[in-house]
Design a binder for this molecule. Structure first.
Ligand code: AMP
Length: 281
């Protein structure tokens, strides 16, 4: 499974990515984490990125695209991956499309965590306080001033990706203001509806898989622009149920028809026998 987590800083992408890693045994590819590691190690990439990151700017596309391309080739990413913090601009998304095409890999879904911006500053402040409590080093870009800049950059450069992936029918929007567990469940439901994961302990039958896919297609066709969708995860759930019901109904009808036919056939045969016997007499 290959997915992208999209959302502004503080939307919970990191937390949800960790849960997806545990649940599905895939790897989290966070460009922010990789760049921070490069800065800490003092590599040439790190030296290039250090200043830009400290002021909340964006590291050049060729640098991040190169990092991601190399990382996807690692054996542990073969099972699947979650891209967190990448792509961040439309040119990066285009580069990713090319890169995946070249590697013969398919993107399953783009999950957008939609949050209320006014809550973000609070969330980041809480994250900083918790990191301090654990004695961890606090990120230099986790200050109200830099966060404001990162948010502005998200709005102008990253938000256009919502339209980009929506047009390509890849986007699923989840209400990121729900409790952490609720968000995790909503993401799981969405991945199930998309057929990106299999229900736990159940082998997917071709009927339910087809029904699920049909439902997703229906839901997507009926989907309103992302802005009005409050809980899109649920929006795909209902049609999924409907489709399964419809499949069962069709199967029942077919069975009834077959039974009727069989009865008719039986009656006809019996009538023929009687006619034959009468003719003999
Ligand atoms: P994050 O941990 O995703 O918030 O990223 C921290 C910082 O790393 C960002 O503010 C950028 O400076 C840099 N960065 C991370 N990902 C990218 C990317 N895809 N493109 C450009 N810069 C990035």
């Amino acid at each position: 499974m290959r997915i992208i987590l999209l959302g502004p800083p503080g939307s919970g992408k990191g937390t949800q990515a960790q849960r997806l890693v545990q649940r599905y045994g895939i790897v989290q590819l966070s460009t922010g984490e990789m760049l921070r590691a490069a800065v800490a190690a003092g590599t040439p990439v790190g030296l290039k990125a250090k200043e830009i990151m400290a002021r909340g700017g964006l590291v050049p596309d060729d640098v991040v695209v190169g990092i991601i391309s190399d990382r996807i080739d690692q054996p542990d990413a073969r099972n699947g991956f979650i891209l967190d913090g990448f792509p961040r601009t439309v040119p990066q998304a285009e580069a990713l499309d090319e890169l995946l095409k070249h590697k013969h890999l398919k993107l399953d879904a783009v999950i957008e965590l939609r949050v209320n911006e006014s809550a973000l500053l609070n969330r980041v402040e809480t994250r900083v306080a918790q990191m301090r409590e654990r004695g961890e080093e606090v990120r230099v870009d986790d200050t109200p001033e830099v966060l404001t800049k990162r948010l502005a950059s998200y709005r102008s450069l990253t938000e256009p990706l919502i339209h980009y992936y929506s047009e390509r029918r890849k986007l699923s929007t989840i209400d990121g203001m729900m409790a952490i567990d609720e968000v995790t469940r909503a993401i799981h439901r969405q991945l199930l509806a998309l057929g990106a994961v299999e229900p736990k302990g159940h082998a997917r039958s071709s009927v339910t898989a087809a029904a699920g896919k049909k439902a997703v297609t229906k839901a997507k066709a009926a989907k309103k622009p992302a802005k009005t969708a409050k809980k899109p995860a649920k929006a795909t759930k209902k049609p999924a149920k409907k489709a399964v019901k419809a499949t069962r109904k069709t199967a029942k009808k077919a069975a009834k028809k077959a039974a009727k036919k069989a009865v008719k056939k039986g009656v006809k045969k019996a009538a023929k026998k009687v006619t034959k016997r009468r003719a003999k007499r």
